[in-house]
Design a protein. Structure first.
Length: 240
């Protein structure tokens, strides 16, 4: 199946994120903390923790940092209590924006996120004001350059594993699942020996907003400012 590459859009969206090594480690440690807090400290029985550990190791987070974050979450070490929340709002020209954060101080984080929106011609909205414009899906990428993959064979394996759709482009195969089937599909593909370039449950806009000129520059500055906030984990928007 031919299709527009969303992977290139995601890489562009995240390209400026986590510029400093210390911020990378902090954000990944928070991911580990929340996953272990919610599902326990055993990655064999906690898929979210397994994903967080894989992501941390891919970013060269030391094992002792990984263990410390898990131990904090499971009560073996004293530490701050973090919580996840999502802020929604509009950027320049009405671009829909969702900001996922992990924070130990909601008042501080809300103030920082609101300031970023206000500074760059956006506004922070109420919960639910833009989330209906996005679909939550499992998303898996297999590189075409790293695998000598028979497309028809992969398609059959993807369907058998329970995925909804597969798109093919010059660089990769992009596989979409419903969130509940994501882990089963991921496990099945890994068992077949495929190396996954990306695997996550994420949000995709239902429609895109085209922004040009000064408003596009303001939007870029808004995203950069949000990405520089320590508590921000992910940003989703529908700018084309």
């Amino acid at each position: 199946m031919a299709g527009h590459s969303k992977w290139s859009n995601i890489k562009h969206r995240k390209g400026a994120q986590d510029k400093k090594r210390g911020k990378i480690f902090m954000k990944l440690a928070k991911d580990l903390y929340v996953a272990a807090k919610e599902g326990g400290g055993d990655p064999e029985t906690n898929p979210a923790l397994r994903k967080a550990i894989d992501k941390a190791k891919a970013n060269n987070v030391p094992n002792e940092n990984i263990d410390r974050a898990i131990n904090k979450a499971t009560g073996n070490l004293d530490g701050a209590n973090f919580e996840e929340t999502t802020y929604e709002g509009y950027g320049p020209a009405g671009v829909a924006v969702m900001v996922e954060v992990l924070t130990d101080n909601r008042n501080r984080t809300a103030s920082e996120v609101r300031h970023a929106f206000n500074k760059h011609n956006g506004n922070l909205g109420e919960n639910g004001c833009v989330s209906f414009m996005f679909d939550r899906k499992g998303y898996i990428v297999i590189s075409r350059t790293e695998h000598n993959v028979d497309e028809e064979e992969l398609m059959l394996e993807v369907i058998e594993a329970g995925a909804e759709e597969m798109e093919t482009n010059e660089e990769s195969f992009e596989i979409y699942t419903d969130p509940e089937s994501f882990q089963d599909v991921r496990t099945a593909l890994e068992a077949q020996g495929y190396t996954l370039e990306n695997a996550e449950v994420t949000f995709f806009p239902q429609t895109y907003s085209h922004v040009e000129g000064e408003e596009a520059e303001q939007m870029e500055k808004l995203i950069d400012m949000l990405e520089d906030l320590e508590d921000v984990q992910e940003i989703y928007h529908n700018q084309k």
